[in-house]
Design a protein around this ligand. Structure first.
Ligand code: NAD
Length: 263
């Protein structure tokens, strides 16, 4: 399948995890990929693999965002696909969270999406183009100690709807992906905490984390013509996690009770 022949795709956070898998998939199907990342070497490694362009930029800096959009347009003349994917997390309940940390998370996870869309939309309008924002199921509900991340990702979700409405008649489709737990460097630190990984997997009906490649497949669908009537949608890919209320798995207790009765 070659869904993206000659398309120009910009992917932020393209040096690792979901962004790197997306860069590889879109490039494999014909896209000219621009890999943007704070970590230049990581961006260069992915870009070298896929014959793309690597650009170092801090997406929290609006001038840096404007510069990578301008550099892309100078190199390729337009942008067809924009994947706003760079992101960071943080832990800490409100009284313990430094305002600087809050501001940095909001800047990278939310403000950057606005900066990139503001700069790129003039180069995406009047044709069939697509923006995909990587949000999170943590934008749909709250988590213990995720404060700034919960706020930023919820902002990305409703901003996605706003963008979709404003630009639908210009040919720009805008959708958000809400991953659940995905095995990437972002979550490696957390899942390495003693005891956390099995407990976390236990909250996922499918019983396992997703992969970056599985997320790339969803992003590619949203970027493709197959999604031509899909805009303003919030697509969840979480192994069933957010379908669950969080109440205990009564079936386990029922099975144990039945066993004790038999015994
Ligand atoms: P990752 O850490 O593997 O990749 C994120 C990339 O973003 C890294 O290459 C990093 O260098 C880059 N980055 C970070 N700050 C940046 C900045 N200021 N400017 C430019 N680049 C920057 O993480 P991932 O899991 O692939 O995450 C990708 C996106 O998916 C993020 O927005 C994250 O919030 C979201 N997400 C991830 C999960 C998960 O479980 N992994 C779940 C839900 C949502």
């Amino acid at each position: 399948m070659m869904r993206f022949t000659d398309k120009i795709a910009v992917i932020t956070g393209g040096g690792s995890g979901i962004g790197a898998a997306t860069a590889r998939l879109l490039a494999r199907e014909g896209a000219n990929v621009v890999v943007v990342d704070l970590a230049l070497e990581a961006a260069q490694a992915v870009a070298a693999d896929v014959g793309g362009l690597a650009i170092a930029a801090d997406v929290a800096d609006r001038h840096a965002v404007e510069a990578f959009v301008a550099q892309t347009v100078a190199a390729h003349g337009r942008i067809d696909i924009l994947v706003n994917n760079a992101g960071i997390g943080c832990f800490g309940r409100t009284p313990d969270l430094e305002p600087d940390t809050w501001e940095r998370v909001i800047a990278i996870d939310l403000n950057a999406v606005f900066y990139a869309c503001r700069a790129a939309i003039p180069h995406m309008t009047g044709r069939k183009t697509a923006i995909i924002n990587t949000a999170s199921i943590s934008g749909l509900a709250g988590d213990y100690g995720f404060t700034a991340y919960n706020a930023a990702k919820a902002g990305v979700i409703n901003y996605t709807r706003s963008l979709a409405i404003d630009h639908a008649r210009e040919g720009i489709r805008v959708n958000a992906l809400c991953p659940g737990l995905i095995a990437t460097p972002l979550t490696a630190g957390a899942t390495a905490m003693p005891g956390l990984e099995p407990d976390w997997h236990d909250t996922i009906p499918m019983g396992r984390p997703g992969t970056a490649e599985e997320m790339a497949e969803v992003i590619a669908f949203l970027a493709s013509d197959a999604a031509s009537y899909v805009t303003g949608s919030i697509i969840v890919a979480d192994g069933g996690q957010s379908a669950w209320t969080g109440q205990p798995n009564i079936m386990r207790y029922a099975a144990a009770a039945a066993e004790s009765i038999v015994a």
